[in-house]
Design a binder for this molecule. Structure first.
Ligand SMILES: *Cc1c(COP(=O)(O)O)cnc(C)c1O
Length: 403
């Protein structure tokens, strides 16, 4: 028996309907969408254009504004480096936030070495940026604001429409890594004034290795310096023969999301809230990380105080979830996202991310709740710290003797 999958922020299972849509493009319909001289090419091109329309329709864009990529890491690189290079004469300042995905943070770090100045905005205790700080960070050299739509660890939604409005007023381009949000909550590039938006298929029940970047064409017309040299595909912004089956899959995933998102989100937030309620009813000293009000419907990130996340994971090895510790070069680093919220290393290490998804069931929620509760209780029985707290000792006042 494979573990119950509650790790839908890492990747999602391919929807069988998406697979069905893709299959013909691995066999009979194998043409290169750039082949203009015969039916093989035309069929492939038609499928690619249909997908462009399906993606655009989900985010309120025009299909001409969709650029296909290999995934969101590439979309983020293309958006940020592409703007930094194209608008270098206008300015060299970029604003982002401390809780972005590495694909944004490391791209910004790379650009700092090339002479860009980057402001990494801190977040408040609930995981959201402070709009006043953002406003104060903008200078006449600022060319880009890159703030994620929803965080991949804590599911917190940023005030995207407010950021978009501010960026537009100040004449600064706005990019959002919307990987976790698209297909889960309503995203609209027009009403939210987003100029560039990153998407990946495998976080929304599509295949791995295909994504898209929305690039605004009107008001303003955003230009990007290409990061790959070659055949000039995708309006010259991203050369390379298109991954036709993958693109068909991304389009189908978007069409399904558009049709089912409202109902699915309601179902998943109900399951998520039930999971949370069960934890809170059975356990003390459990804490939610990040805003509950501004949050993806399918995310729960909780700290189980006095229980080491890695030990908890070992105790629940028939459940696939992630902990707030990242394995970097053999040491266990607490999550930089949780630390940015103000959590200490100890609390960050006790956190677990539950990411629900389309294929989870109510029975799985019950099983996960019961299992986690019983393992947390068992581990706490072994914890001298938890015992001291139960005896009413204030741990912060204890004089620990050094050895
Ligand atoms: C998964 C993820 C990415 C990276 O996407 P890939 O398609 O796997 O490269 C970027 N940003 C966020 C927020 C993610 O969750």
């Amino acid at each position: 028996m494979k573990p119950i999958y509650f790790d839908n922020h890492s990747t999602t299972q391919l929807d069988p309907r998406v697979l069905q849509a893709m299959l013909p493009y691995f066999t009979d319909l194998f043409g290169n969408s750039a082949s203009r001289n015969h039916a093989y090419g035309w069929e492939a091109e038609e499928a690619v254009e249909k997908s462009r329309g399906q993606i655009a329709s989900l985010i309120g864009a025009n299909s001409k504004e969709i650029v296909f990529t290999s995934g969101a890491t590439e979309s983020n690189n293309l958006a940020i480096k592409g703007v930094a290079e194209m608008y270098a004469e206008k300015g060299n300042h970029i604003i982002t936030s401390a809780t972005e995905h590495k694909a944004v943070l490391d791209t910004c770090k790379h650009l700092e070495k090339k002479g860009c100045r980057v402001t990494y905005l801190p977040v408040m205790g609930d995981g959201r940026i402070d709009m006043e700080m953002l406003q104060n960070a903008i200078t006449d050299k600022t060319i880009l604001i890159s703030i994620m739509y929803a965080n991949n660890e804590i599911g917190v939604l940023q005030p995207i429409a407010e950021i978009g409005k501010l960026a537009k007023e100040r004449g600064v381009l706005f990019h959002s890594d919307a990987v976790q949000a698209v297909g889960k909550v309503a995203v609209n590039v027009i009403s939210e004034n987003i100029d560039l938006l990153s998407i990946t298929a495998h976080k929304m029940y599509g295949p791995k290795g295909v994504g898209a970047l929305y690039v605004r064409r009107k008001g303003p017309r955003v230009q990007l310096t290409a990061q790959l040299d070659g055949g000039g595909h995708e309006r010259g912004m991203r050369s390379g023969t298109l991954n036709v089956p993958g693109i068909v899959g991304l389009g189908e995933a978007c069409a399904i999301a558009k049709a089912e998102m409202a109902e699915e989100s309601k179902k998943l937030s109900g399951m998520r809230d039930r999971l949370r309620a069960k934890f809170e009813a059975a356990l003390d000293e459990v804490f939610i990380n990040g805003s509950m009000e501004h949050r993806l419907p399918h995310n729960l990130n909780m700290s189980f105080a006095y229980v080491e996340g890695e030990s908890l994971l070992m105790g629940i090895n028939d459940i696939a979830v992630s902990s707030g510790s990242a394995c970097t070069s053999a040491t266990l680093e607490p999550s930089y996202v949780l630390k940015a919220l103000g959590l200490g290393d100890d609390m960050a290490h006790t956190s677990i991310r539950f990411g629900l998804g389309r294929f989870n069931t109510d029975a799985e929620v019950d099983y996960v709740a019961d299992k986690v509760i019983s393992v947390v209780k068992k581990l706490r029985e072994l914890s001298p710290l938890y015992e001291m707290v139960k005896e009413g000792i204030d741990l912060s006042k204890v004089q620990w003797t050094a050895h």
